[in-house]
Design a protein around this ligand. Sequence first.
Ligand SMILES: *[C@@H]1O[C@H](CO)[C@@H](O)[C@H](O)[C@H]1NC(C)=O
Ligand SMILES: *[C@@H]1O[C@H](CO)[C@@H](O)[C@H](O)[C@H]1NC(C)=O
Ligand SMILES: *[C@@H]1O[C@H](CO)[C@@H](O)[C@H](O)[C@H]1NC(C)=O
Length: 341
Amino acid sequence: NKCSAQLKLCLILAFCLRSMLVTSQEVNGQRVEMDDGKSGYVGSKVDLRCRFINSNPPVKISQVTWQKLANGSKQNVAIANPSLGVSVAPPYRDRVTFKNAAVRRRTPTLEDTTIVFSSLRLSDEATYICEYTTFPAGNRENTVNLTVYVRPTTQMSLSTPTLVARSSNLKTPVATCISANGKPPGTIRNRWETRVPGEVTTREYINSDGTFTVQSDYILVPSRETHRETLTCVTTYNEEVYTDSVTLDIQYEPNVMIDGFDGNWYLNRENVQLSCQADANPVVSLYQWRLVNNSIPSNVEIRDNVLLFKGPITYEVQGTYVCDATNSIGTSSAFVEVSVL
Ligand SMILES: *[C@@H]1O[C@H](CO)[C@@H](O)[C@H](O)[C@H]1NC(C)=O
Ligand SMILES: *[C@@H]1O[C@H](CO)[C@@H](O)[C@H](O)[C@H]1NC(C)=O
Ligand SMILES: *[C@@H]1O[C@H](CO)[C@@H](O)[C@H](O)[C@H]1NC(C)=O
């Protein structure tokens, strides 16, 4: 058993070694070693590693060429030549250097021709080829994919400044969370945290500069119950987390009830009143009192939302009292049947 375990390990190692050699483009002991992939944020500094691994018999390096592979065509980025020196192509002159000082010297050693981008741009995202021209062995090359990241800017807002609770009970987007101009796609996620049940629609679209924007809407039926509820959008981008919140401001017509009648209004009782209570957004601008099929008795005084029954009550005050409360959204009513014992 011990033997077979060792054999297995050996096979695995052999397999790994073989795949390493294949990706490093090894031919006759010489290979060009690069990272599997590289990424960096816009504006950041990033090294693209390239090392020539030589073995016996040693070969002479005639030239090293860095190229960008974009849209299927190759574009020179930088060249290091033992007798002619170093040349960086004009589009990269300000931003690309060879990391190893020895490459830049008069008698260079070109084993390590790692280049450094001092300030990454979106357009730098590409496959880069590091090619060693050697004598007498010929060309050895390898590639690395450079991915450029951009942090999205996140913004949370109410979908419309005013939301109104309607009796139609239609679902509508109430809040929008936008994570704009980020890269790469699939790394930006918007998640909602709230007590209010609703639906989320999310769409991701590509911008002209190649960045991505993720827009997420929270959809619900605006109602009195959802007024002043908080919605939080949690955006994750790679390992980073941003949160932003909005509070719903939903306008609704008054929700009315009448306080004050306790069912024990006996003849000649004094100091009784009815009070109209309304929950409304915006606040109630008008209270109106009515007595169904009758006019309000003269000993009853109307003070806005309160009806004051002055003096000892009589059977004449009996009836159905209605309070109509109005705000800019609408009018609603409540009633109470007053009977005198
Ligand atoms: C690749 O092609 C696109 C559109 O065809 C162009 O905008 C972009 O600049 C090209 N990239 C390079 C490096 O030439
Ligand atoms: C590098 O990019 C090319 C082109 O987009 C792709 O075909 C290739 O699979 C990538 N290689 C790796 C190792 O990700
Ligand atoms: C008010 O009057 C109408 C018609 O006269 C009648 O049908 C209705 O029942 C009355 N309502 C009350 C609360 O007395």
